[in-house]
Design a protein around this ligand. Structure first.
Ligand SMILES: O=P(O)(O)OC[C@H]1O[C@](O)(CO)[C@@H](O)[C@@H]1O
Ligand SMILES: [Fe+2]
Length: 189
């Protein structure tokens, strides 16, 4: 039997950086078609800001193993919609996931394939359990970076397809200075 080596790393709780992790950067241009207000999207695209960064420690895609990653989701809006991560189902759809809030404020939008949505607010110390089969997207509703840790099965995979096409059934928007979860005009059953 070949055993893998255990690993301990310290997440920088101010910046979200995991030493030795693989870094992924998603700019606004990587989120084409994701925001409802296309005019506001094109306008902000001139600056093409970084929307989020992911620091991931990933294993081979094998049953039983675990990956973990921090995400630094920057504050901002496209029109009325707060900055968010792309959001995905798992390719192996029955794989669950755990999120843990580290810094800043935001929340998670979850959705079943039929379009039943849930919104869970997150701050430092919040644990969110993502059950099997639910798509999940995080949203920064604050004015500082929203940083969190995700722990997920190594063989879960990412299925971005249907979210990229029609999004979530709900949008998280600012209305009169307040955070509101409203129906998405893009959603069709
Ligand atoms: O994969 P997305 O939807 O862009 O969101 C990024 C975050 O979600 C994860 O894919 C885990 O669900 C992490 O890699 C990262 O924390
Ligand atoms: Fe996931």
């Amino acid at each position: 039997m070949e055993y893998k080596n255990p690993l301990g790393v310290d997440i920088d709780l101010e910046t979200g950086v995991i030493p030795g992790a693989k870094k992924l950067v998603r700019r606004l241009s990587d989120l084409k078609g994701y925001f409802v207000d296309e005019k506001a999207y094109e306008e902000l695209l001139k600056e093409n800001p970084v929307v989020y960064e992911v620091y991931a420690i990933e294993q081979e895609e094998k049953d039983g193993d675990l990956n973990f990653a921090t995400t630094v989701l920057y504050p901002g809006k496209v029109g009325r919609e707060f900055f968010f991560t792309k959001g995905h189902y798992h390719s192996k759809a029955d794989r669950a996931e755990i999120y843990y809030g580290i810094k800043g404020r935001g929340g998670m939008l979850l959705q079943t394939p039929e379009g039943k949505a849930e919104w869970i607010e997150m701050g430092p110390g919040t644990v969110v359990y993502v059950p099997p089969y639910w798509a999940h997207r995080t949203v920064n509703t604050g004015d500082e970076p929203f940083i969190f840790l995700a722990i997920y099965p190594a063989d879960a995979g990412h299925d971005y397809g249907s979210i990229a096409e029609k999004g979530f059934s709900k949008l998280v928007v600012e209305e009169n200075g307040e955070v509101r979860v409203v129906d998405s005009p893009k959603w069709k059953e």
